[in-house]
Design a protein around this ligand. Sequence first.
Ligand SMILES: C[S@@+](CC[C@H](N)C(=O)[O-])C[C@H]1O[C@@H](n2cnc3c(N)ncnc32)[C@H](O)[C@@H]1O
Length: 187
Amino acid sequence: MNEVGKVMIKNFEGVYEPAEDSWLMAEHLPIFNGSVLEIGCGSGIISIHLAKRGNQVTAVDINPKAIKATEFNSKKNNVKIEIIEGDMFSKLKNCKFDTIVCNPPYLPPTDEYDDSDLALAVEGGPSGTEFTLKLLSEAPNYLNSAGSLYMILSSRMKKFKTKWSQEIIRQEKYFFERLNLVRFFTR
Ligand SMILES: C[S@@+](CC[C@H](N)C(=O)[O-])C[C@H]1O[C@@H](n2cnc3c(N)ncnc32)[C@H](O)[C@@H]1O
């Protein structure tokens, strides 16, 4: 078990173990009210932080092991989260949320991971940005008006253009990369 803030997280094989990007998001997301959707919940660390703050949280992951991990960790931390196995928004037809958060897979294909579940957690498509671009293009259909989307972006990602307005909420520098917690909004 790892203790991050007041959240206890058990790590599961085949599930992304919370790292600098997870802590950056969990600890520095601003306070907001209402419903939140997390895409790619992994161990559940970010969703559990949000549920502890009083948000109504829905957590989605494509990896069934991540679903089991989030179910286990949310129970351990005494929070109720709606947990859904699915590919991005595929199980959320006609659902709207006040906020969406995502710490996405953002690397181009790498041979660092033997485990295909872990590769899925870090590789965001042929250039690394495909997952992020798909999320940015589909998210408006699932956001209430004036809702925001918070994502982690890395200096290791290829630069991309988007119609969303952006503001950096927090930046952390490491010797191998810069991580930004970014708010995307339309107004
Ligand atoms: C970088 S990990 C983040 C995990 C956790 N939120 C954290 O910050 O520690 C990305 C997560 O996205 C999930 N994922 C990858 N592709 C997905 C997809 N198409 N739909 C839903 N989840 C996906 C992975 O299984 C992984 O758990």
